[in-house]
Design a protein around this ligand. Structure first.
Ligand code: ADP
Length: 552
């Protein structure tokens, strides 16, 4: 019997993390989690408390939020739609502009919500038309709750404006940055791991999306020249053709775009700082959302850059597309998902579940980053530590447990699911669980045979990519721990996880101002200081002769 009890314990240790997907959830989410050794939730066999991550394309019911367990995560906040619906976003940004001035909040093109703002729009339109010597603006009309470029119309003359649902009419940026004559925009991934306190990570890799026909204001109805949505351009006649300057297809990675900008002497750091500011200011506009714990949100920010390198926010997407239309999608989105799972820090979350099962109280102790996590931060590893929950004081429970697990892994596979436990279960980090459950590739199998240790395959290191340079203010921010433990007085979110970089809080004052209810006014004050510093450093760079071109 004693032997059996040992075996049950090992089986429990090896129990993989469990994901639950709603019917339309992207296939890549399943693929990545299976790659990591997770298993899919089985509603018939498993209990509602048995999953660790629930991914849906639509909002969760409030009952899902209320019944959440400490080891579970949902991929949406309640009411995230406050910034992802075009009219709500326009309204929030307008309010912030009124409250905090247009110097900060002038990154979103002027917009009117129709039919409500019809009179205001007409007034603006007529004013422009009557002013002598001013070229009339172009406008873009977009249904408020459609996506993928559906129902969009670009016009200059009001007689061409027609709509049959609520739309926003927005100033059309008619001087976009062009590469070889093609329009482009940036799809930026942003992960909010907490709205209270506000904790924002920006993904350094992303997608540059090109229109597939040359930009031409003389043909406003040519969607392949004016819209950069892949969902549209992949049906264009030029999509598969080689296009001089941009290649086949319609996408680049940010890495390629950065290299391109650097070749032309463009200050890509300044551009990136401006984009970071836009993300923070936009999310501040909807903060705080109703309190909900154990959620995260992956937003897709669409940023258009004009020919003076000013970034404009076009919209914020709920459920940014995770379909794989080309190999660039595969590279970027697969890594993105791996990094999201790392960001969620399941090694901590899962320990909560284990402790609840064993009834043991967590003893927190600091361990060096490299012992606790598998990611390798690039900056100042001395500052980067994370919390590890341990039930004993031994230096590393991982190696002995791994050894024991390895030895008995094939014995436990044949055991039935529900067996009475003879002893409290041992604690093992989820990363070990992921390692043990991750399917082997043939090269991994060979290594494993050789070393008699399970091989671990992680997506390639972030250090292999060319990065945006770090935002200077982060150097002064002694960020050291994980967002989920921010409630402890002296703990701060970690600065980098994979390609995710913390952009808020960006200094001590911003951290304090976002702790007990968000003090937007104080945060805006800090952002103003940050922007002044950025401008100053731009001026100094200009004096030193660092190039900043106005066209490419
Ligand atoms: P959707 O949700 O339908 O994708 P977007 O607001 O993202 O709507 O617009 C779709 C595309 O139209 C963008 O990717 C961009 O290429 C273009 N676009 C949208 N708004 C503007 C604008 N104000 N100025 C210039 N181009 C725009």
């Amino acid at each position: 019997m004693e032997v059996m009890a040992d075996v049950y314990d090992t089986r429990d240790i090896l129990k993989p993390l469990v994901f639950r997907l709603h019917e339309n959830a992207p296939a890549i989410v399943r693929e990545v989690l299976l790659e990591r050794g997770w298993t899919e939730f089985d509603q018939k066999e498993q209990d509602d408390t048995d999953w660790n991550l629930y991914w849906r394309n639509s909002p969760f019911r409030m009952t899902d939020h209320h019944s959440i367990k400490p080891w579970q995560r949902l991929n949406h906040y309640p009411e995230a739609v406050r910034i992802t619906r075009k009219d709500y976003l326009a309204r929030h940004l307008k309010r912030m502009k009124g409250a905090y001035g247009s110097a900060l909040y002038e990154f979103s093109p002027v917009a009117f919500i129709m039919p409500n703002d019809y009179v205001k729009f007409i007034a603006e339109y007529s004013k422009e038309r009557q002013s002598v010597g001013r070229r009339p603006s172009y406008w873009i009309c977009k249904p408020v709750d459609l996506s993928r470029g559906r129902g969009i119309l670009i016009f200059q003359d009001i007689k061409d404006l027609v709509y049959d649902c609520t739309v926003i009419v927005q100033k059309y940026i008619s001087n976009p940055l062009l590469i070889s004559g093609y329009k482009l925009d940036l799809r930026l991934y942003v992960c909010v791991t907490s709205f209270c306190p506000l904790t924002i990570y920006i993904y350094e890799e992303g997608l540059v999306r090109f229109a597939t026909e040359k930009f031409d204001l003389g043909s406003l109805d040519n969607v392949y020249a004016h819209l950069t949505n892949t969902s549209i351009n992949k049906y264009g006649a030029s999509y598969k053709k080689y296009k001089e300057g941009i290649g086949c297809g319609c996408k680049w990675t940010f890495s390629k775009f950065r290299s391109y900008l650097r070749i032309f002497g463009v200050d890509d750091l300044l551009l990136w700082q401006k984009i970071n500011n836009i993300v923070i200011l936009t999310l501040l506009a909807v903060t705080p959302l109703p309190v909900a714990s154990n959620c995260f949100e992956l937003f897709g920010f669409d940023i258009l850059i004009d020919d003076e390198f000013k970034p404009w926010l076009l919209e914020v997407n709920y459920n940014p597309a995770l379909c794989l239309d080309c190999s660039i999608d595969d590279t970027v989105k697969r890594r993105l998902l791996h990094d999201i799972v790392e960001l969620l820090n399941y090694k901590e979350i899962d320990t909560l579940r284990q402790n609840e099962m064993t009834g043991s109280k967590a003893v927190r102790r600091r361990v060096p980053w490299r012992t606790a996590g598998l990611s390798t931060p690039e900056e100042d590893p001395g500052l980067l530590t994370c919390w590890k929950v341990a039930t004993s004081s031994s230096a590393s429970p991982v190696q002995p447990a791994l050894q024991a697990a390895r030895e008995s892994i094939h014995k436990v596979a044949s055991l039935t699911k529900k067996t009475v436990r003879a002893r409290p279960r041992k604690t093992l980090t989820s990363q070990l669980r992921e390692k043990m459950n991750r399917p082997k590739t043939s090269s991994q199998a060979k290594t494993e045979d050789k070393n008699k240790l399970p091989a671990v395959h992680y997506p390639c290191s972030s250090a292999q990519l060319s990065h945006w340079l770090p935002t200077p203010d982060f150097h002064n921010c002694k960020i050291s721990t994980h967002p989920y433990f921010l409630s402890d007085k002296d703990q701060r979110p970690i600065r980098r996880v994979g390609d995710f970089v913390l952009i808020f809080p960006f200094n001590e004052a911003a951290l304090q101002a976002s702790r007990d209810g968000t003090d937007v006014k104080s945060i805006i004050k800090e952002i103003n200081k940050l922007v002044s510093k950025q401008l100053l450093s731009k001026q100094q760079n200009t004096k030193k002769g660092v190039g900043y071109l106005t066209s490419v």
